[in-house]
Design a protein around this ligand. Structure first.
Ligand code: DX5
Ligand code: ZN
Length: 246
């Protein structure tokens, strides 16, 4: 499978010192920064928006290659993923990962905001993200079957191909939850069909659960609590990487 990528989630960072936290964790050999964007519609929690991403971009050097070190992996837990594409590109996002569930069946129907794109086709959204100059990721929640992705992954149009699939291993919304092993068959099925695909796991990943995720075929590893809560974030990152590479 492809190269191991460790992407600490800054949701567990000290928000009062966010810039320093970001450069510290990149200095501790993290490959990417996983940036959790929540809108209190798609998930029952609020984090931060593009202005914060703009500010932390100046603390982490922009990657020199596609998906190189310093990539900002923005996990968009938002009801209207199309609406924020341009804004996040300008802010310094490199990989814009939206939720399949939001794209096909937007919870924005209940939103007080006026919008014209409550429903967006995932393929069109991937194309739009690419045309806006970013890599595109597509995420699925624990209860969403992997089968919804086959049609998207089998699509021969290159501009509409996702660059990464994120298989959530907790219900999105909060850090510090328990890893759900029941999601591993989805990772296995994706890896069997797509040996070179970047497959990310997110939620409850730690030194106790990494082997299960790595064995299933995940290569992009998000960890919030396990990295920021560790005595040595560097050791935690190194050990997570070793577990994927072994
Ligand atoms: C949850 C977020 C995760 C979270 C992971 O909604 O998408 O990225 O920060 O945190 P841990 O690793 O603590 O489960
Ligand atoms: Zn996340």
């Amino acid at each position: 499978s492809p190269q191991a990528i460790i992407a600490p989630s800054i949701l567990s960072a000290d928000f009062a010192n966010l810039g320093a936290e970001c450069s510290r964790i990149i200095g501790a050999t993290a490959n990417w920064l996983h940036i959790d964007i929540m809108d209190s519609h798609f998930v029952p929690n609020l984090t931060f928006g593009a202005p914060v991403v703009t500010k932390i971009r100046s603390h982490v050097e922009r990657p020199k290659t596609v998906k190189g070190n310093g990539t900002f992996d923005c996990h968009m837990m938002i009801a209207e993923p199309k609406k924020w594409v341009k804004e996040f590109q300008k802010a310094g996002c490199d990989l814009y990962c939206f939720h399949y569930e939001a794209a096909v069946n937007s919870t924005a129907a209940e939103s007080p905001f006026e919008t014209t794109d409550r429903k967006t086709n995932p393929k069109e959204l991937i194309r739009f993200i690419h045309e806006s100059g970013m890599q595109a990721g597509i995420a699925i929640k624990p209860d969403t079957p992997v089968d919804v992705l086959w049609d998207i992954l089998e699509n021969p149009i290159e501009a509409e191909q996702p660059d990464m699939v994120l298989v959530m291993t907790v219900e999105p919304g909060f850090g510090g939850q328990k890893f759900q092993e029941r999601c591993m068959p989805k990772v296995k099925a994706l890896r069997e069909k797509y040996p070179d695909l970047d497959i990310e796991v997110d939620g409850g990943v730690s030194l106790d659960t990494i082997d299960v995720a790595a064995d299933a075929g995940a290569n992009v590893i998000v960890a919030g609590t396990a990295v920021f809560g560790a005595q040595s974030p560097r050791d935690a990152i190194v050990k997570l990487r070793e577990a994927v590479e072994k």
